[in-house]
Write a protein that binds this ligand. Structure first.
Ligand code: AHR
Length: 334
């Protein structure tokens, strides 16, 4: 018998290959589930640790200001806020340069305690264009409200009115008084002077008003000059802050005037003011609270998280009197 030239196992292999090619295609294996595309991460709320806050402080002219600076530094340290602090030495141009440097750096929030009311429009516009919100702190600005996010501080007009009410009580039959006013053009001096005049009884005359720039060093010579010029003609003095009162009291003592001879009212409620009440020099001290760090940083964080904030937050304040001064002095924080 003749043997085939192609071995049998090769024929079988070819047959199997043809059959496999004709068989219906096997169903694909079920695909392994893949991770769904990540949903866009929900925006996580910013915390204090994300905040860089710029505080171009206006100066170090008074105990009030020292307490205000401490409030910002201590609060930032406690909350983990990065604070960019500078001291403008009572010069608006220094505050503006410090703000511009902060805008360049791209800080999250600027808190501005303006030395004077006017002249802020350009730099506030620059901050706004850079999307950096500005919180005006303590004194006010005259700029359009759309240029800043919020103002937080004292109602200076009310402080002036409160001081006037004290003179109205102490001088019911009228009299002549002097005024040592704060930095010319500052929201604090403008508001206190305005409120004071609005509420003062017409039988009380302000016979002179000079600035002592909110400092002890300038308060003393202004008072010396007043005492020379108006010796025997005045019944009272209104001081726009405690530091000027303390400087002036040195001049008053040197002139031989005794506590109570002149009716005197000041503003701030610092420890120095409390001591002047205990010593009988001041008959009232109108409160102005410098401890604004926590509230400003709270507003700053809300702004960073796109929350609504109040346009104006005015501090609730009162008037202090000598009868409680001794008891309260140890509790004063500034
Ligand atoms: O703007 C607040 C005033 O500024 C305070 O009365 C004064 O003491 C400070 O210098």
């Amino acid at each position: 018998m003749k043997r085939s030239a192609v071995p049998l196992f090769v024929v079988a292999l070819l047959l199997l290959t043809v059959l496999a090619a004709c068989a219906p295609a096997a169903a694909p294996a079920p695909a392994q589930p893949t991770a769904a595309p990540a949903a866009p991460a929900a925006a996580t709320a910013k915390t204090y640790k994300d905040m860089t806050l710029c505080y171009p402080q206006l100066g170090a002219e008074s105990d009030w200001r020292t307490a205000n600076t401490a409030s910002f530094k201590e609060t930032a340290e406690k909350l983990g806020v990065k604070l960019i602090f500078s001291d403008a030495q009572q010069k608006q141009e220094n505050q503006i340069s410090a703000m511009r440097a902060c805008i360049q750096q791209g800080v999250d929030v600027i808190a501005l305690p303006p030395v004077v009311e006017t002249g802020w429009d350009a730099v506030l516009t620059e901050a706004k264009n850079a999307n950096i919100p500005v919180i005006v702190v303590d004194r006010s600005v005259s700029a359009d409200k759309s240029l800043y996010a919020s103002h937080i501080g004292s109602d200076m007009d009310i402080e002036g009115k409160r001081a006037a009410a004290e003179f109205n009580k102490m001088l019911p039959n009228g009299g002549n008084i002097l005024e040592l006013s704060g930095t010319t053009g500052s929201g604090a001096a403008v508001g206190r002077a305005r409120g004071f005049r609005e509420a003062l009884n017409p039988n009380i005359k302000i016979i002179d008003s000079q600035t002592g720039n909110f400092t002890r060093a300038e308060g003393k010579p202004v008072m010396e000059a007043f005492l020379k010029k108006y010796a025997g003609q005045v019944q009272g003095v209104f001081f726009h802050n405690d530091d000027m009162a303390i400087g002036a009291i040195e001049a008053i003592k040197a002139a031989g005037i005794k506590p109570g001879d002149l009716k005197m009212v000041s503003v701030d409620g610092t420890r120095g003011g409390f001591q002047a009440m205990i010593d009988g020099w001041l008959q009232a001290d109108v409160e102005c609270n410098p401890l604004l760090g926590p509230q400003v940083m709270d507003l700053g964080l809300k702004l960073m998280n796109g929350e609504q904030i109040v346009k104006e937050a005015l501090t609730d304040e009162s008037v202090y009197y000598p009868d409680k001064a001794k008891e309260l002095l140890p509790t004063r924080q500034y």
